[in-house]
Write a protein that binds this ligand. Sequence first.
Ligand code: GLV
Ligand code: MG
Length: 338
Amino acid sequence: MRNPKAFFRPLALGAPAPVQEIPFRPSRMIHFFDPSNERMAAKVPELVGKVDVLLGNLEDAIQADRKQAARAGLVQIAKNTDFAQTQLWTRINSLDSPWILDDLTTLVPEIGHKLDVVMVPKVEGVEDIHYIDRLLAQLEAKAGLDRPILVHAILETAAGVANVDEIAAASPRMQGISLGPADLAASRRMKTTRVGGGHPDYLVRTDPVDGEIQGTRPTFQQDLWHYTIARMVDACAAAGILPYWGPFGDIADVVACEDQFRNAFLLGCVGAWSLHPAQIAIARKVFSPSAEDVRWARRVIDAMGDGTGAVMIDGKMQDDATVKQCKVVVDLAEALAE
Ligand code: GLV
Ligand code: MG
């Protein structure tokens, strides 16, 4: 489990440049709220301690004429709330929008000391992260903050996917990357009109057998996101940062949401976004290793002694590599239990 090492980039005029170890903090569900919506904002304090991350959304889903209200609402909520162990993140507007500069120049001086992570949408390459990194460094130094604000990129453009290795390693501030299936589908000119999940027409048909009538062979729906999740996970693992599934838009379909989250978990992701209270419990369940998996992993580790060689357990071969896999499960369970 990585402890991101983050620092203030030294500024010319003698701003402090402390090196800090940022401890691992759970982020199984990044729970989105609209800070311009008074009803939703009033519920934020009730969610402290019930979610790992509370994220005040300033970008898509907030109407253009509500951007300022959302920014101001987030400042008020942050000032009035004790977040205890729950992290406070924000999703700022994208670099090609007219709002991002006001987002950062408002939020960092006002509530920078409470802000753990800034999520940056539609990141296309390292230059986007370098811009945010420099701007944050200047604003943090000016505000006299004594800990760095970390950066999380959303992978949601074709260019971003092409450059994901460089993006993941672009700055010591990089905390993680989320896959944004809705914008990514549009950027790639896919033919879906939904947020995550599959498509009933993306199928593989079984091979014909002799005498079979065309069209009666079974078909299997395929996963639209497998390649991109795996691509993102590799980039994040190589850079030592954390990968996440993003949103799942069909709130009523809790079964498909759980499937989507579980696929991401099994491929290496540590969390997902929750857009509705119903998705909080799903994320908590999916992204916490089950007691049964942890028991099995401990059994393998114990049986393997110094972790080298091979043993048979219940008819299955275990060796140095399976011990490493089991340690991933146990380390995550222990980190979440702390
Ligand atoms: C999230 O922002 C997405 O576009 O899916
Ligand atoms: Mg998006």
